[in-house]
Structures are given as C-alpha cells and as structure tokens.
Design a protein around this ligand. Structure first.
Ligand code: AMP
Length: 124
C-alpha cells in the first residue's frame, strides 16, 4: 500500500489542521486522540511517511526508530503511565490495514491508560 499524503495525520504534520500536542522530538509527534477511549489516550506518530508499523520497522532509519520509541517512553512517563513510577499500567496498540481496522493510513501507536482496560480482544 502506497502512502496517501492527504491522510489526516499527514495534514497535522504539515500544520494544516490543529492538534493537541503532548510532546515532540525530531522524529515523532505525540498528541491527544480526538475521540479518547480512556482517561489517557495519546497517539504517537513518526514524522516520516509510513503507512503501518511493519512499514516503519522495515523502512525507517535507525534514528527515526529510536526517536519514535523514545517519545513513546517520554509520553508514558509524562502521562503517569510508567510502571517504573508505580502506575497500574497501560496498553500500546497499533492497528494495520483492514483486519486491524486502521482508520488513518499513517503509522500511529495508541497509548491508553488511566483505567482498567479489559481484555485485549473481544470475541468476534
Ligand atoms: P486507527 O483506527 O488505529 O487508525 O485510529 C485512528 C485514531 O485517530 C482514532 O482513535 C481517531 O479518534 C483518531 N483521530 C482521527 N482524527 C484525529 C484528529 N484530527 N486528531 C486526533 N485524533 C484523531
């Protein structure tokens, strides 16, 4: 699947639409999900054009991969989700493609927490 430059996260990265930024570094941006499904619901996205996690993991530079994951860790810490700080935990999810029910075709990781999240998958 080729990258669609008109997707909403590409538009956020170009500054065409606003976002509620939580943190940012040279390679990644973290912002609050517009339809939060938990008290903490932050999306972390790479600044580069990658469709899905496997695309990112295969094709991003080492610096991009490190920058992305360091921002995930920074957000987990700043949002009070880090186990190291005594949190009750969180969930990191990345959806890909039709079976993963990916709505926005720019790789993103959901960080969810602040309440018990239930089982990972529902039957069916
Ligand atoms: P996914 O199904 O993994 O592709 O999830 C896409 C997520 O992006 C959903 O949780 C949406 O609520 C969220 N979303 C869509 N548009 C925006 C936006 N403009 N700002 C923040 N989050 C958004």
């Amino acid at each position: 699947m080729s990258y669609d430059t008109s997707n909403i996260f590409a538009r956020i990265l170009r500054g065409e639409i606003p976002n509620d930024t939580v943190a940012e570094n040279a390679h990644a941006l973290a912002f609050r999900d517009i339809r939060p499904q938990a008290p903490v619901h932050v999306l972390v996205i790479p600044k580069g054009a990658y469709v899905s996690y496997d695309d990112f993991a295969a094709n991003a530079s080492d610096d991009e991969i490190v920058g992305f994951h360091r921002l995930v860790a920074q957000v987990a810490q700043s949002e009070g989700l880090s186990l190291a700080d005594g949190s009750q935990g969180f969930r990191a999810i990345t959806n890909a493609g039709a079976h993963g029910v990916q709505e926005v075709p720019h790789f993103h990781m959901h960080l969810l927490g602040g309440r018990p999240l239930g089982r990972m998958l529902q039957a069916g």
